[in-house]
Design a protein around this ligand. Structure first.
Ligand code: UT7
Length: 365
C-alpha cells in the first residue's frame, strides 16, 4: 500500500516510500495521494445510481417554509430534489445503485471483496448500513463497513478501496455514496431544508489492465476545528435521544451556511490544485470536473480559482439538490449515461462536507 504526503502546492507526489512526515509537509495539510500519471493501479469498472421517484420542487417548498423558487435558484442553482418514499430505506437505495454498478462492471456480488458505504444517514445507528447492503446484494461475507465523511464520503471510500486493491489481496470493491437526508432535515428550517435531496450512487473498482487508465491520485483532508459548522448535535452519545433533543430538533441537520460556503471554496480549490500538481497537469488538461453538487456558486468560484472552465463541470444540482456523499457517483453515472465521458479523458473529482472533510481524485477514464 502506498501512502505519501504532500502540500497542495508542493508539486508531484513523492515516491511511495517517502515519509508522511517529510519536512516539506506541514502536518496540518497532510494528504494521501495515489499513483502517478501513466501508472494507475485501479480503475472504475462500472457505475450505478438510484434516485427516488418523488420530486419536490422549489414551488412545493414555498408552501412549507418562507422561501421562494427565485431565492433557491439564485443562491444555489437547485430547482428540485428527490425524496424517498415512506418505507424506502437508505440500504434499498444503496443496493439499487450497487446492483447497477455491478451489472455494468460485469462483476457478480459474490466476487466482491469489500463494500464501503459512505453515509451519515444509514438505516439505523447500528449495525452499519453496509451490512444491510451486503445482505440485499447477496455478497456473502466480504467485509462491509460505513464511512462517515458526509459529502466527502464517496471520495474517502474511493481512496480506501483503491489502497486496499493496490496493496493486494483485494480485487473488487463496491464503493457507494448514499444519503436519505430528507428524514434528518428540519422541514421548518429554510436554511437547510431547501438544500438537500435523497439518492445513491455507486462504483465498482478493480485492478486496471495495464492500459494506463484509472485512478491517478486521491487526496483527502479533515479540519475538525470546523466540526461545529455542519452537524447533527443530538442522537449520539453526547446528547442521547430524549424528548428534549427531539423538541429542540437537535436530532436534525444544523448548518452555518456561510462558514461552510467559504471553507468549500477554499478547500475544494486547494484539493483540486493538489490533484493537478501531483500529476503534473493543469486545469486546461481536465476534460470533466465531477464535483460535489452543493451549490452552483461554490463550483463557479472554484472554476475561477483553479482556472477550470465552467463548461467542463458536469452539473445536475438543479435536478437533485445536494445528495451529499451520493452526488459525485450519481453525476458520474449520468455523465457516462449521456455518452459525454470518453475513454482516455481526464476527470477531476472534488467534494467537501461535514467534519469538515474534503478531498479530490484525478482519474484517466
Ligand atoms: O454539502 C455540504 C456542504 N454544504 C455546503 O457547501 C453549503 C454551503 N453554504 C451555502 O451553499 C450557502 O451558504 C447557503 C445556500 C446555505 C445560503 O446562501 P447564502 O447566500 O450564504 O445566504 P445567507 O445564509 O447569507 O442568507 C442570506 C439571507 C438571509 O436573510 P437576511 O438575514 O439577509 O435577511 C437568510 O435568512 O437569505 C435568507 N435565507 C433564505 N431566504 C429565502 C436563508 N435561507 C433562505 C431560503 N429562502 N431558503
Amino acid at each position: 500500500m502506498s501512502s505519501s504526503s504532500d502540500h497542495p502546492a508542493a508539486g508531484s507526489i513523492p515516491p511511495s516510500s517517502s515519509s508522511p512526515s517529510a519536512p516539506s509537509s506541514p502536518p496540518s495539510v497532510r494528504s494521501f495521494g495515489g499513483g502517478k500519471v501513466g501508472a494507475p493501479a485501479v480503475r472504475i469498472l462500472g457505475t450505478g445510481r438510484y434516485t427516488p421517484e418523488k420530486i419536490v420542487t422549489n414551488v412545493d417548498l414555498e408552501k412549507m417554509v418562507d422561501t421562494s423558487d427565485a431565492w433557491i435558484v439564485e443562491r444555489t442553482g437547485i430547482r428540485e430534489r428527490r425524496v424517498a418514499a415512506p418505507g424506502e430505506l437508505t440500504s434499498d437505495m444503496a443496493a439499487a445503485a450497487g446492483r447497477m454498478a455491478l451489472e455494468k462492471a460485469g462483476i457478480s456480488a459474490d466476487e466482491l471483496d469489500m463494500i464501503i458505504v459512505g453515509t451519515i444517514s444509514g438505516d439505523m445507528p447500528m449495525p452499519a448500513c453496509a451490512a444491510f447492503v451486503q445482505q440485499k446484494l447477496g455478497a456473502k461475507t466480504c467485509p462491509s463497513f460505513d464511512l462517515s465523511a458526509a459529502c466527502a464520503g464517496f471520495l474517502y471510500g474511493l481512496t480506501i478501496g483503491e489502497r486496499f486493491i493496490r496493496a493486494g489481496g483485494v480485487r473488487y470493491v463496491l464503493v457507494i455514496g448514499v444519503e436519505l437526508l430528507s428524514r434528518l432535515l428540519n422541514w421548518e428550517d429554510r436554511k437547510t431544508c431547501v438544500l438537500f435531496g435523497d439518492g445513491a450512487g455507486a462504483v465498482v473498482i478493480g485492478p486496471n489492465d495495464g492500459d494506463g487508465r484509472g485512478i491517478l491520485s486521491t487526496h483527502i483532508f479533515t479540519d475538525g476545528s470546523l466540526a461545529g459548522s455542519l452537524f447533527i448535535p443530538g442522537g449520539g452519545s453526547k446528547e442521547p435521544v430524549s424528548q428534549e433533543v427531539v423538541d429542540k430538533r437537535r436530532h436534525l441537520v444544523h448548518m452555518e451556511g456561510q462558514d461552510v460556503f467559504k471553507a468549500a471554496v477554499r478547500n475544494l480549490s486547494s484539493a483540486s490544485q493538489a490533484a493537478l500538481a501531483a500529476n503534473g497537469v493543469s486545469g486546461k488538461d481536465v476534460d470533466w470536473v465531477v464535483a460535489h453538487q452543493a451549490n452552483l456558486r461554490i463550483l463557479q468560484a472554484v472554476s475561477q480559482r483553479v482556472e477550470l472552465p465552467m463548461e467542463r463541470f458536469f452539473i445536475n444540482i438543479h435536478k437533485y439538490g445536494n445528495t451529499s456523499s451520493a452526488s459525485i457517483p450519481i453525476a458520474l453515472d449520468e455523465l457516462l449515461g449521456e455518452g459525454k465521458l470518453k475513454q482516455g479523458q481526464l476527470v477531476l473529482m472534488c467534494a467537501l462536507g461535514a467534519g469538515i472533510s474534503w478531498g479530490s481524485a484525478l482519474i484517466r477514464w
